[in-house]
Design a binder for this molecule. Structure first.
Ligand code: GLA
Length: 732
């Protein structure tokens, strides 16, 4: 068992809990008299030892039991596992309340603990999972005596990966209502040893750019208050040694398994200590806990690496592929799809789609996905969301006819929905104006001409579910692209009472999860791809329901380099929706070789997003060989270990990444030369992750090289003329 409990180590320390993964140790200490739950250590794995010296109880002003006069000064610097508000810790806390009397102070005192094999599911929430022999769970049971709040701080420790996950369950054991006004999931209190933070920042069509910020006294915040995890900030932070690289140095990665508002902060305090916090954002959050009600925070995942960011990345990838994604597709090749969005936008009909499907199937493409515009009167984005009935003017003969025709070509069929939305111009809105999130008497803000459905209501959830499910039941539909194209504003629910209005944001996310869970229960073989105006909900919460997420609406191969680099820092390549699109690119106007577009999309799920009946003949001719390359390498790309070799974002000239088979028998590196130069020599690329003692052959080339040589001396990439050129380098 990877969790050890030690008792009576010293007079001041009642219990120590040691959480061991293959390469990391996480230590928690319980202060004897006061019952404080203290963070002792997180880092390289340690052998058995006497840990009492790690407890910061001999730092002035000493424990309150020794010096109660300076209790606030003590609480304001002591490393805590779950700091609470208002009793003397003036740093960013994880938990605050509002009582019926209007007070906010609350404390946390240890009472008891449990250690169990396995990891309980978090009802209604996405979370990592594992068998009893793969993971064990420590629960620290704590309380705030005056209010009767009971806390269960859960820590799950994985046996085979350097991962500790956390979440908190809060129960009102008192006799009065309590309002939670902040209930985070995790805190990390450590000495700041010249750390910096890596975060993923961006915008629509520019998601997840890797950003590095030194940690100091100004607070770093990574947050979303938009209702989705957002294009702007991803629910991720890594704290790393300032000089850590892709393969050396300490890195602490934290990722939040949640798809709505979140808040992550990192700040150095007055004594040079670092505190990182992570949880649901307190903005627009106020949760009523009546007596005996409980609240469960989403899960925070902590990954430790002492081999740089690369090892952190590979740990996240392994964790998510093995212990988060549940889809039957997770270990399977996904059908190569062609999506008609960039091909036709709203202007299509059965005839057009069948023409695309015919051409696509003859080239080896395996699935047609019909995007936005097939329902209601939707010929642009002003109308019909919520009216999920087939527009027979566009699709004469209905959906069944179209799907059957596509199936006859040997292709699967997939469909687009935006189930969470309602257009003001829709039959649904005319019948149920109160189903939209809005505040009576206030003209609600429209975004992309639409409103958001109030998914805190069971009647809305049931109706929404039935309208999607009945479409899926009506024809052989094997894939759904589930979109979400606007942010939440004007937070008002006609259903929630005033004292529960602050629950809307979180209840909305729980509603989304319940819909997707229901969908997968009725259609267990469905391939679900989440999407949110491109990549505004690319988070581990959604991966629990869908094995892939549309990475970005920006399909330009060069823009995609840094979007996919940032995404792959945390999320497996098998989860990144990536398609080859037409040029000039609709977003950037850039013209890139068709081959390069293919190589970049191969790093994700792979597919096409173009009108295959109209692209240049030379491009079309290349599709069968791209399809062949996908089939040849996808097992490796999907399941291999990912290595970042060079970053165009950093060097301004070229990009390179690779995937190496788990047994290191095979590897595929992708090299993209972004900018051509004159009179240049071949560029040397040092590979990584290979077996130094093995001899590798490079596909299509003469000669053999040891892994040792390829990693130390490197490989000279043959020159390629022109901008935006790329090359796949396959080693076996
Ligand atoms: C979003 C998606 C696109 C497309 C459109 C349709 O922007 O990200 O891929 O589906 O919606 O309206």
């Amino acid at each position: 068992m990877s969790i050890k409990h030690m008792e009576g180590i010293s007079k001041e320390i009642r219990h120590v809990f040691k959480l061991d993964t293959p390469n990391s140790t996480y230590l928690i200490g319980i202060v004897d008299e006061e019952g404080f739950v203290s963070h002792l250590y997180y880092g390289d794995r340690m052998k058995e030892d006497n840990y009492s010296g790690l407890l910061r109880i001999f730092d002035y002003p000493f424990l309150p039991s020794h010096n109660n006069r300076d209790r606030a000064a003590f609480l304001d610097s002591f490393p805590m596992e779950y700091p609470t508000h208002g009793t003397g810790d003036f740093r960013k806390d994880c938990f605050r309340i509002e009582t019926e009397g209007g007070n906010s102070a609350v404390s946390l005192v240890f009472r008891d603990f449990e250690i169990k094999k396995g990891k309980p599911a978090l009802a209604g929430l996405p979370a990592t999972f594992g068998k009893d022999e793969e993971v064990s769970t420590l629960t620290l049971i704590c309380e705030d005596i005056p209010t009767g709040i009971e806390y269960r701080l859960n820590y799950s420790v994985f046996e085979d990966l350097d991962v500790v996950t956390r979440n908190v369950e809060i129960r009102n054991r008192g006799s009065k209502n309590i309002f939670l006004t902040r209930a985070y999931s995790a805190c990390l209190d450590m000495d700041n040893e010249d750390f910096c933070a890596i975060t993923l920042h961006g915008s629509w069509a520019r998601e997840r750019k890797i950003t590095e910020t030194p940690i100091g006294s100004p607070m770093i915040t990574v947050e979303s208050k938009r209702g989705a995890s957002s294009h702007q900030d991803n629910p991720f932070i890594a704290i790393k040694d300032r000089n850590a690289t892709t393969d050396s140095g300490r890195v602490y990665g934290m990722n939040f398994v949640y798809s709505g508002n979140f808040m992550i902060t990192a700040k150095e305090d007055q004594f040079g200590m670092l505190r990182v916090t992570m949880g649901i954002s307190e903005e627009d959050f106020r949760w009523k806990l009546a007596p005996e009600e409980s609240f469960r925070t989403p899960e925070a995942v902590l990954v430790y690496s002492n081999e740089g960011t690369g090892k952190m990345t590979r740990t996240f990838h392994d964790l998510y592929r093995k212990h988060l994604i549940r889809s039957p597709y997770k270990d399977r090749k996904r059908p190569i799809l062609i999506n008609n969005w960039e091909a036709t936008y709203f202007e299509f009909n059965t005839e057009k789609l069948i023409a695309i499907a015919k051409e696509a199937s003859s080239l080896g493409i395996e699935m047609l996905v019909m995007d936005d515009g097939w329902f209601g009167k939707r010929n642009d984005d002003t109308t019909s969301l919520g009216d999920w009935n087939v527009n027979e003017e566009k699709l004469p003969g209905g959906l069944k006819y179209l799907v059957d025709e596509v199936n006859k070509l040997g292709m699967k069929f997939g469909i687009w929905f935006e189930p969470e939305m309602i257009s003001p111009d829709s039959d649904l809105y005319r019948a149920h104006p109160d189903w939209a999130i809005a505040i009576p008497g206030r003209d609600a803000t429209r975004s992309r001409n639409q409103f958001v459905l109030d998914l805190s209501r069971q009647d809305v959830l049931d109706h929404t579910y039935e309208s999607i499910a009945s479409i899926l039941r009506s024809a052989n539909i094997e894939y759904v692209k589930w979109d979400m194209n606007r942010q939440l504003t004007d937070l008002g629910s006609a259903y929630l009472p005033a004292d529960r209005m602050g629950e809307l944001m979180h209840r909305y996310v729980l509603g989304v999860y319940s819909l997707q869970e229901r969908l997968l229960r009725e259609f267990p073989d469905l391939l679900l791809e989440n999407c949110s105006g491109g990549g505004a909900r690319f988070d581990p919460g959604m991966l629990y329901y869908s094995p892939q997420i549309w990475c970005s609406d920006d399909t330009d191969a060069i823009e995609r380099l840094s979007i996919q680099e940032g995404t792959a820092l945390v999320y497996p390549l098998s989860t990144m929706g990536a398609h080859v699109s037409d040029c000039p690119n609709h977003m950037t106007g850039r013209i890139t070789p068709f081959e390069t577009r293919g190589h970049v999309a191969l790093a994700g799920t792979f597919g096409y997003e173009l009108d295959v009946t109209r692209i240049p003949e030379a491009d079309r001719k290349m599709i069968p060989s791209q399809v062949g390359t996908y089939h040849k390498y996808n097992d490796l790309v999907r399941e291999g270990d990912y290595y970042r070799i060079a970053s165009f974002r950093e060097n301004g000239s070229h990009d390179c990444w690779g995937v190496v088979a788990k047994d290191r028998s095979e590897a595929l590196f992708t090299y993209v030369k972004v900018k051509a130069g004159a009179n240049e020599r071949r560029r040397r690329i040092r590979f990584a992750g290979l077996d130094p003692d093995r001899i590798y052959r490079i596909e299509g080339e003469e000669g053999e090289y040891s892994g040792d040589l390829l990693m130390k001396a490197g490989y000279l990439v043959p020159n390629m003329n022109g901008d935006f050129r790329s090359r796949l380098i396959h080693l076996s």
